[in-house]
Design a protein around this ligand. Structure first.
Ligand SMILES: *[C@@H]1O[C@H](CO)[C@@H](O)[C@H](O)[C@H]1NC(C)=O
Ligand SMILES: *[C@@H]1O[C@H](CO)[C@@H](O)[C@H](O)[C@H]1NC(C)=O
Ligand SMILES: *[C@@H]1O[C@H](CO)[C@@H](O)[C@H](O)[C@H]1NC(C)=O
Ligand SMILES: *[C@@H]1O[C@H](CO)[C@@H](O)[C@H](O)[C@H]1NC(C)=O
Ligand SMILES: *[C@@H]1O[C@H](CO)[C@@H](O)[C@H](O)[C@H]1NC(C)=O
Ligand SMILES: *[C@@H]1O[C@H](CO)[C@@H](O)[C@H](O)[C@H]1NC(C)=O
Ligand SMILES: *[C@@H]1O[C@H](CO)[C@@H](O)[C@H](O)[C@H]1NC(C)=O
Length: 625
């Protein structure tokens, strides 16, 4: 007797389904009606979410019963699918502003002294915060003309927006203000914290609902160079910070460019700092590069609580030169394990070959167990000290070392497939790529194993429009099924992939790199999409626009401003903000059109600044009818 899957007792099916991968469950449920019922089975869906995306927003919503587990499964699948295949569900012009932040689904747009706050994940409705009323009592705003005041957005998290507020004429001080962005507050009640600054040099902020940490590049180290100083403030009276007179100085932590050479992040009660280098100067003779990782608990920003690891293996210099402009460094959290990872994108001439290759490297952040050693022997291992740092045997360069050198060396460490995601699948013909000056925004998402670039494509609409079109370009990879065989078995790098991967590793299947939207002459809806994605600029040529972007797992928001931001005058230049969403919208979008369509348009009126996918609308998947 043949036993078909759908005839199995539910317990057995449940067991099978609970060890299947997310995609397989969805694909199975699409295969027949009986299995489709599975997706309506809430214990099974709950198991799926808890196994595969326990730290996702959907998991939280389902736990709190805002959505069902079935909806959660569908939603995670939809957005991952949409993102990794470059099939967005909607695109719209949000409005105009001089700056924006986008995090946790909340978009804050600054324009003058007004901040427009909207939740991109749920509704297109928005509200405004009038800062002049919020800040009414502060001394800076009562003296001096408003045109002298300068507001910049620093960071958003957990219903709090941190802004920097100061005088244009005195750029190096001012204050940090923590502003509540909860919907139900009067503007006068929004100011949560007012932090005066001695200096705002390279100021950054990271915060939670409880603690706000900020850093400036104002310390001076033993070597006479600047170092980062980190200060913390409690935003919640129930969680005071220990009294501290001095800021925490990140000693021997080098680098100044957040997002390129260093990264700061708060995760799970810790403040993390990460740098791609462990020495201030480039060593003339050097073998290995390490990351420098630091963390300390948010509730205890004290020297003896700081954990340091300066020996997180990064690469060997012999792997080849790096094309510095392309380097991006982030700390990202895995949706499955809630662990933070180092995610660095590097473009390298691997093995000093003539062609460059971009690879997204993923590295575990680890700290040696805190020991209760006496202070004299405590601290981090000094790079270069003989016992910590052996030198390569048989390397002729060894003979050239003298006391002025401080080389780093570690033996080669294996790089597993999950540690490195090459932009192009090894052994395949590389798809079309773009030079640095045409790549206006880049990001990688570890949870989706996908990268997104916003590129200026000269070829897309040549003849139809003037100048290049902005398009998104996405590539992704997924763990391959066990019985998967790559299409070409010739290339040596793929040779081993027949058969199971080594323990602890995975084979991956790359999707082809996709660009979106399709050329404007493909169909009316793609023409409209081009108009949304490429906002017209007054009086400026399309060639000098500045683009800044932010993204999370379901939306990509960017701002296009005229001119390059060389001169300070440009800070006041209004830019257009565009949001592209990979979230399937379940709401009735027609009743709450975005701001630009405020003339009370009825349901079916064409809105030129808002496109959203509807069943049968093929523009999303690039085959307009
Ligand atoms: C699921 O189905 C889609 C198309 O229906 C396919 O592209 C995808 O590769 C399948 N996923 C897996 C894991 O087989
Ligand atoms: C899923 O369950 C809901 C209520 O539990 C029911 O109304 C709906 O018809 C079910 N859908 C399918 C496809 O069985
Ligand atoms: C760190 O990144 C920067 C920017 O890409 C680069 O100039 C520098 O060489 C990197 N440091 C190391 C040790 O590779
Ligand atoms: C670089 O060369 C080494 C040894 O010559 C080899 O093992 C490695 O696979 C090469 N890497 C690439 C990306 O070609
Ligand atoms: C690839 O596999 C073939 C057949 O199994 C084998 O003959 C060949 O030596 C392998 N090549 C490499 C580089 O391992
Ligand atoms: C803007 O573009 C025009 C034409 O390409 C050029 O002449 C001008 O110098 C550019 N301005 C800036 C600030 O780059
Ligand atoms: C990546 O995606 C995950 C979920 O898929 C999300 O939680 C996270 O915010 C995303 N990270 C970035 C940097 O976009």
């Amino acid at each position: 007797m043949t036993i078909t899957l759908d005839r199995l007792p539910f317990d057995v099916l449940f067991y099978i389904a609970s060890i299947l991968k997310f995609d397989d469950i969805i694909n199975l449920s699409h295969s027949c009606r009986q299995l489709k019922l599975l997706l309506n089975e809430s214990t099974l869906c709950r198991k799926t979410i808890e196994t595969h995306a326990p730290y996702s927003k959907e998991a939280r919503l389902a736990q709190d019963r805002h959505i069902t587990y079935g909806e959660a499964v569908q939603s995670v699948y939809d957005r991952r699918e949409a993102f990794s295949n470059a099939y967005p569900f909607s695109a719209r012009i949000v409005g105009q502003g001089t700056a924006f932040t986008y995090r946790q689904g909340i978009l804050c747009v600054l324009s003058g002294s007004t901040i427009r706050v909207s939740d991109e994940h749920t509704t297109p409705a928005f509200f405004n915060i009038d800062l002049s009323r919020t800040l009414g009592s502060l001394s800076e705003s009562s003296t001096g003309s408003p045109s002298e005041l300068k507001i910049s957005l620093l960071y958003y998290s957990d219903n709090i927006l941190a802004i920097h507020y100061g005088r244009k004429t005195r750029p190096n001080n001012g204050r940090i203000l923590a502003i509540s962005t909860k919907t139900d507050l009067a503007d006068e009640e929004r100011l949560l914290e007012d932090i005066p600054l001695e200096s705002s040099y390279k100021l950054f902020v990271r915060h939670t609902a409880t603690y706000l940490y900020y850093g400036t590049y104002t310390g001076v180290g033993d070597h006479g160079h600047h170092e980062w100083e980190i200060r913390g403030v409690s935003l919640d009276k129930a969680h005071p910070l220990p009294k501290q007179t001095r800021p925490l100085q990140l000693e021997e932590f080098f680098g100044t460019d957040i997002g390129f050479t260093i990264a700061f992040e708060i995760h799970n009660g810790y403040f993390y700092a990460l740098s791609n280098q462990t020495s201030f100067e480039v060593e003339e003779i050097d073998w290995t590069s390490f990351y420098h990782c630091i963390r300390f608990p948010l509730s205890k920003p004290l020297c003896n609580e700081v954990e340091i690891n300066t020996r997180v293996y990064r690469r060997q210099h012999k792997e080849g030169p790096i094309h510095d402009s392309w380097t991006d460094l982030t700390i990202q959290v895995d949706e499955l394990t809630n662990k933070p990872f180092i995610v660095e994108s590097r473009r390298e001439w691997l093995n000093s070959s003539s062609s460059q290759l971009r690879t997204f490297y993923i590295t575990d952040i680890e700290f040696p167990k805190l020991t209760t050693s006496t202070p004299s022997e405590g601290g981090s291992p000094t790079p270069g000290s003989a016992d910590q740092n052996p030198l390569p045997i048989d390397d002729p360069l060894r003979a050239l070392l003298d006391s002025s050198n401080n080389p780093n060396f570690a033996p080669d460490q294996p790089r597993l497939n999950w540690n490195a995601h090459p932009e192009f699948e090894p052994g395949c013909n590389p798809a079309r790529s773009f030079v640095f000056s045409k790549t206006k925004f880049r990001a990688y998402n570890f949870s989706c194993s996908s990268f997104i670039d916003l590129v200026e494509d000269e070829k897309c609409c040549s003849g139809v429009s003037v100048g290049p079109c902005l398009r998104i370009r996405i590539g992704s990879r997924r763990p391959a099924p066990i019985d998967w065989e790559p299409s070409d078995k010739i290339t040596s790098s793929r040779n081993q992939s027949i058969g199971p991967p080594p323990l602890g590793d995975t084979w991956y299947r790359h999707s082809s790199i996709r660009m979106w939207p399709p050329p404007a002459n493909t169909c009316p809806c793609s023409k409209r999409l081009h108009e949304i994605l490429n906002p017209r600029m007054v009086s400026e040529s399309v060639y000098n626009r500045t683009i800044t972007g932010e993204m999370d797992e379901r939306s990509f928001v960017y701002m296009v401003r005229p001119g390059r931001s060389y001169s300070t005058d440009d800070e006041n230049a209004l830019g257009t903000i565009i949001a592209i969403s990979f979230n399937r919208e379940r709401r009735d979008t027609s009743t709450q059109e975005p701001e630009l369509n405020s003339q009370g348009h009825s349901k079916d009126v064409f809105n030129p600044s808002y496109w959203h996918w509807q069943p049968g609308h093929l523009c999303r998947v690039q085959q307009c009818c």
